[in-house]
Design a protein around this ligand. Sequence first.
Ligand SMILES: NC(=O)c1ccc[n+]([C@@H]2O[C@H](COP(=O)([O-])OP(=O)(O)OC[C@H]3O[C@@H](n4cnc5c(N)ncnc54)[C@H](O)[C@@H]3O)[C@@H](O)[C@H]2O)c1
Ligand SMILES: O=C(O)[C@H](O)COP(=O)(O)O
Length: 636
Amino acid sequence: MQAQGLPTAFRGVAWRYTRRAAARNGRCPESGAVRTAGAAFKKWGSVHPSQRWATCTCAKASKPVAVVSAQEGPTVLVAEKLGSAGLEILEKFAVADTTYDLSPDELVAKISEYDAIIIRSGTQVTREVFEAANGRLKVVGRAGVGVDNVDLAAATEHGCLVVNAPTANTVAAAEHGIALLCALSRNVAQADASMKHGEWTRSKFIGTGIIGKTLAVMGFGKVGSEVARRAQGLGMVVIAHDPYASEEKARALGVKLVSFDEAIESADFFSLHMPLTPSTKNMFNDDVFGRMKKGARIVNVARGGVIDDQALKRALDDGHVAQAALDVFETEPPGNDHPLVTHPKVICTPHLGASTSEAQEGVAVEIVEAVVAALRGELVSTAINAPMVPPDVLVELQPYVSLAQGLGKAAVQLVGDTGVSDISICYSSPRGDDLDTRLLRAMVIKGILEEITTARVNLVNADLLAQNRGLRISEMTVRSEGRTILTSMSVAIGTASSKFSAAMDTASRIYVEGCVKDDVPWLDKIGTFDVDLAMYGYVLLVRQQDQPGIIAACAKVLGEANINISFMTVSRTGKGEDAIMAIGLDDEPTPEVSQDHCCFWCQQGRCLLDTMCMLRWASSSCDWLSESMLVHFLAY
Ligand SMILES: NC(=O)c1ccc[n+]([C@@H]2O[C@H](COP(=O)([O-])OP(=O)(O)OC[C@H]3O[C@@H](n4cnc5c(N)ncnc54)[C@H](O)[C@@H]3O)[C@@H](O)[C@H]2O)c1
Ligand SMILES: O=C(O)[C@H](O)COP(=O)(O)O
């Protein structure tokens, strides 16, 4: 095996080295040069760790001639194709083993040999993989945006840092979205297949023009906004739906932000660019397709799970949706018999959005730099489950960290169809202005952005990510009495509307306030209503006019849906006046259940519910504050 770029002195001879070998130097029998193998090692080309060989190319021999110790760099498994520019950087610092297409069992069997692994979307890094690593795996590097193929909780529990490359493939994905939109409108794939079968049937492939047609960009983030620019260049009228995007950003691009309903009912083409989250799962379903203009066309280069595949098939079969172009699938590969892969009105590509040479070189460099920095123990801005603070600080702040994240998560879920821009955070603390709020501020940002975007927030990137999203954050500290460092804190989002009108305070902001009780983050206030609930699991918020029987009606509905209530609090402005209920649920009611029962109440004419809004929190503990992770990396 010839290793490129080897120093002359080490050419031609295979040097066997081990971590424990006594000798510190190697001597090339040809050139006689002596080098500390460790120093030379860092400059060597790729070395195959399973053989523990570094090959020298100045002589012909390729067998062990000396045992030298090598201050080995870390060993990194490159499990999916990585751009050469990134590989070259990696091989200067580590032993890079490029072994692609490992089966899950093969990955589990090998992973304990490596300090880091670099993947794309095709490798599932499961809990089993982390367990098999026996604590050696320090970094998972995702050469792309989505990390839905990595068990983040297991990574954190095993002290493994996950980093990604969130920007380098954005343009590639946007270009692919546009390519699919154009191919769709002119039946390019079907026409090509027809000609390859020896046909010349021009009349069969009459397309539809795109100039002047309305494109709805669903998810106006990095990729969505790049698609919008390009579509405008093609003469399309571009609207966007993104409840969390800033008006300023949309205005700057000449794009009109619209409500979900308006987008669905007015667009000719749809380009999907939202992340797969609990609120976007199966977002495009029978009801949504049914409300689209007849002949609508769908392009999905986001994530397969945002479309209900069976619903799309039904819409294509009945002609309501004219065509679809899919680059992503809920399960990948989707299988040859997948109903949409075989459908004549659908064109498919095998998750190619990021597959340009430029994008892959870009993500390769981005991810290798992040992996190398992490292995060196440096803070990494694209870390997804990075530790935030030194262990001693974390012990004191942990409960408040969950409170801050939970308040951000709750507030953004209450946002209606308008943007998120002004965030006001207020801390009540005996420390007054001496309270160090950096961590709490970052956690609020995390709670907001990780609920709605693919971003992963840590102390390094929190403010930058917030700035990139156009968020304006203000903080205020009020001195309070008490023994704990934080008596309470509140998060207010300045926005024109809320999914739950009772969440608006007297200043027309979405307002949530909480505290910590027995180390558990606790929600005390929503809007102007006092509540009293622990911030975990699923909470059903309902608003009604205070009257006998409404509580029982709610309980009856949930009981009939076999959903157990863990707690229930009621708050009202006065007897017979406005009231809200916060109902803790042991299980997540499926949308159909809550939708039906909402209608059920309406049918009975007793529906006094202004809005049914589902709040959900992840587990009460933060999913990435593991204090020892960066200490491990000091080894290199
Ligand atoms: N096919 C590919 O190869 C490829 C390449 C890159 C990215 N992607 C995927 O595309 C998606 C977008 O990537 P990105 O980098 O633009 O992410 P991003 O985080 O920059 O943008 C996502 C946008 O979706 C918005 N959003 C969240 N929930 C929404 C909802 N319910 N309705 C409407 N908008 C909502 C967010 O506010 C955000 O602006 C991700 O899922 C990513 O994994 C796929
Ligand atoms: O999330 C992403 O970055 C894209 O889906 C690209 O995935 P890939 O790296 O497997 O092409």
